[in-house]
Design a protein around this ligand. Structure first.
Ligand SMILES: C[S@@+](CC[C@H](N)C(=O)[O-])C[C@H]1O[C@@H](n2cnc3c(N)ncnc32)[C@H](O)[C@@H]1O
Length: 428
């Protein structure tokens, strides 16, 4: 792997040496800075301290001694670029992707997989401690993992000047890609075809971003960015080039149920853990009434309806139509409500026994937390994709609820992303 060596001025003090002369002006010249990495933090970078200042470096490991190009200015104070690993960790491995370090998708390919899991669990425990003053022993957090590679069922590709790829980290620059080892075989097949198609005269130049979603048999294409409406014959061309292309919704099987997913509807991206995630989120829960908030296409509503007498599912996005269709198709009675979960909670008078909430990265937020506290369901399970917003929500809930179960489900191997399931029980 190669890292860009960024030559920038580094006007701060610290261990960076200085002192080149240029036209009579004494310029401080960028020098490599030696750092010892203390720990990994949420976001994928390693933290070190230099003269009391915190510096973050990507693609490193705790305990490593590395050389970095120092941060460019106070404005970017925290972020250095890795130049060289002087003393590597025993957990350092060779990344398997040719564009790792350039592409914005992966952050941990240089870390062996068991160590990735341990580091993520540690980050989760620390985030809950810092953000919510929750002391949950790291060893009590269960860790569930599936395939470390080839797990993604969805990918978004960008297209520029006859090239297909991903965006560079924190930039709009296109990094051309010919394969993607965290994506499924079918996505890689689609990527290979796309690489040929974008060089063809027939490629509509105004299509600059395309998403592919697959269950390995069917393939759904969603145009994400185009400056003009895309003609039908473009999709017909995709259909001929990529076997399995479906014109509309894709039927995805999970734990024996079929979920119809329309274009641009949310669906879990880890094909090896999607069923396990649903099982773990619901756990032993059963009873008379349950709510599934932020329900998507009904991944949790369907199994919940087999364990509770009455289930209400709330979804505000496109997936609301899928939700209704999927619960009906399973022959289950679920009250599907197309609404914001916050508005639903404000209008609700009585709490069910069980609430399952799987919000987007922003988390539940103050309104939902306040209403859940007021309504007081016996059990709440939160499925969270951002530990920081989860910590904030738990800080609000912890006076009335205690953690019964905490699990980290590694839905995003090779990346810093952390998926958490927290089962809460009312204290009183
Ligand atoms: C992380 S996904 C979870 C979906 C589903 N639980 C699953 O596992 O497939 C979050 C879902 O919440 C929906 N959503 C976002 N904001 C919402 C809100 N304020 N109220 C209700 N649904 C919302 C999104 O459209 C998305 O389908």
């Amino acid at each position: 792997m190669e890292f860009d060596i960024i030559a920038r001025c580094f006007p701060q003090s610290g261990r960076a040496a200085s002192g080149d002369h240029c036209g009579g002006v004494n310029l401080r010249v960028p020098m490599a800075l030696d750092l010892t990495i203390e720990k990994l933090v949420y976001g994928g970078e390693g933290l070190s301290r230099v003269d009391g200042e915190v510096v973050f470096t990507p693609f490193v490991l705790p305990g490593e001694v590395v050389q970095v190009a120092p941060p460019a200015s106070k404005k970017h104070a925290q972020r250095a670029s890795l130049l060289r690993v002087t003393e590597p960790s025993q957990h350092r491995v060779e990344p398997c992707c040719a564009i790792f370090g350039q592409c914005g998708g992966c952050h941990y390919q240089h870390v062996d997989y068991p160590a990735q899991l341990r580091f993520k669990r540690g980050i989760l425990a620390e985030t809950l401690h810092r953000g919510a003053k929750i002391e949950f022993e790291e060893g009590r957090i269960s860790v569930i993992s599936g395939d470390a590679w080839g797990y993604r069922n969805r990918a978004q590709f960008h297209i520029e000047n006859g090239k297909v790829g991903y965006r560079q980290m924190r930039s709009q620059k296109l990094i051309p890609a010919s394969e993607c080892p965290i994506s499924s075989p079918k996505i890689n097949e689609a990527l290979a075809r796309l690489n040929r198609m974008v060089k063809d005269r027939r490629w509509p130049k105004f299509v600059t971003s395309l998403e592919v979603f697959t269950d390995e048999t069917q393939v759904q294409w969603n145009v994400q960015e185009a400056t003009q409406p895309v003609a039908k014959h473009f999709f017909e061309w995709l259909e001929r080039e990529v076997p399995g292309t479906v014109p509309g919704s894709l039927d995805y099987e999970v734990n024996g149920d079929i979920f119809s997913i329309a274009g641009n509807s949310f669906f879990q991206v880890n094909r090896s853990l999607v069923g396990c995630l649903a099982d773990l989120a619901i756990g032993e829960a059963a009873g008379t009434t349950a709510w599934d908030l932020y329900a998507g296409a009904g991944l949790f509503s369907v199994p919940l309806a087999r364990k509770f007498g009455k289930v209400t599912a709330v979804e505000s996005g496109r997936a609301a139509d899928d939700l209704q269709r999927n619960t009906q198709r399973a022959g289950l009675e679920v009250e599907s409500i197309r609404q914001n979960s916050e508005a639903f909670l404000i209008e609700a008078n009585d709490a069910p026994e069980f609430v399952l909430a799987d919000p987007p990265r922003a988390g539940l937020g103050a309104t939902a937390v306040t209403r859940l506290l007021e309504l007081g369901p016996l059990k709440i399970v939160i499925v969270a994709c951002d530990p920081a917003t989860l910590a904030r929500d738990l800080a609000g809930l912890k006076d009335r609820y205690e953690i019964e179960r905490l699990a980290m489900v590694d839905l995003f191997p090779q990346t810093f992303h952390i998926e958490t399931i927290v089962a809460l029980a009312r204290k009183d």
